[in-house]
Design a protein around this ligand. Structure first.
Ligand SMILES: [Zn+2]
Ligand SMILES: [Zn+2]
Length: 248
């Protein structure tokens, strides 16, 4: 919700809401602030966003109105909103990923409003967490605080997650058996370096429950696409997005 942050920057009052047709903003304030707000909307588009058009019209101001609020998304109407692609992890998130002092140190599903999954988790529009495959992971108190803080870079980041509340990685052996591991990513790297096959399985809105499936009979399958399974080596299967095993 970059637009809400911009409205606060320019001291505007009003509201913003996601709809199937796009983002609806009602803002009021001095003309110079409104002009600066619209200019910033165009100039400061988030890396993962693309504004196809902005339609403006004047409406009557509401006397005494203060504050800028984010209203619940409005479903229905003609769907015109483009679905954002998944975006590779950004520099800020990488720095936190590698920071032993940060609460997301080493967390493989770190993301923010500038990076992370979008297309592969969206099940319905408007784009809100209940309409994504992340709906099965209720956010913890700290993630909720970030989500609701306009000054935070995770303000209204729908896939926001951490070690406490988000998906986790788990390592499964070549027969699909769960193998306790403190570092499934290192297991995968080691297996690949030894010439083994590694399959990634997880939550994905576009391919049922699994982003990728592996089978000794049919090989690798991603949605409707199939790939033959190379015969060299034995595979390991790191499985993210299960709950209940605790922190890997
Ligand atoms: Zn990020
Ligand atoms: Zn959390």
């Amino acid at each position: 919700m970059k637009d809400a942050r911009l409205a606060l920057r320019y001291g505007l009052a009003g509201m913003v809401s996601n709809t199937g047709e796009g983002v609806l903003i009602r803002a009021q304030g001095p003309c110079s602030s409104l002009r600066a707000f619209v200019k910033a909307l165009k100039d400061e588009v988030p890396r993962s966003a693309c504004i196809t058009s902005i339609e403006q019209r004047y409406i009557e101001a509401q006397p005494g109105r203060k504050g800028f609020v984010i209203l619940a998304s409005q479903a229905g109407g003609e769907r015109k909103v483009l679905i954002s692609p998944d975006v590779a992890v950004c520099r800020e998130c990488i720095s936190k990923l590698l920071d032993p002092e940060d609460r997301r140190y080493g967390y493989p599903f770190i993301n923010c409003t500038n990076c992370g999954p979008r297309f592969t988790i969206i099940e319905s529009m408007p784009y809100d967490r209940p309409g994504t495959s992340m709906k099965v992971f209720p956010v913890c108190k700290e993630c909720a605080k970030e989500y609701h803080d306009p000054r935070d870079r995770r303000f209204h980041a729908q896939p926001n997650a951490c070690w406490t509340c988000g998906p986790s990685l788990f390592w499964h052996g070549s027969n699909g058996e769960f193998v306790p591991s403190a570092d499934p990513v290192s297991n995968a790297v080691k297996a690949l370096r030894q010439g083994h096959i590694v399959a990634v399985k997880g939550l994905c809105a576009k391919a049922g429950q699994n982003a990728m499936e592996i089978s000794s009979d049919t090989g690798l399958r991603w949605g409707s696409e199939k790939y033959p399974l190379p015969r060299k080596g034995q595979g390991g299967i790191p499985q993210p997005a299960h709950r209940g095993h605790g922190r890997p």
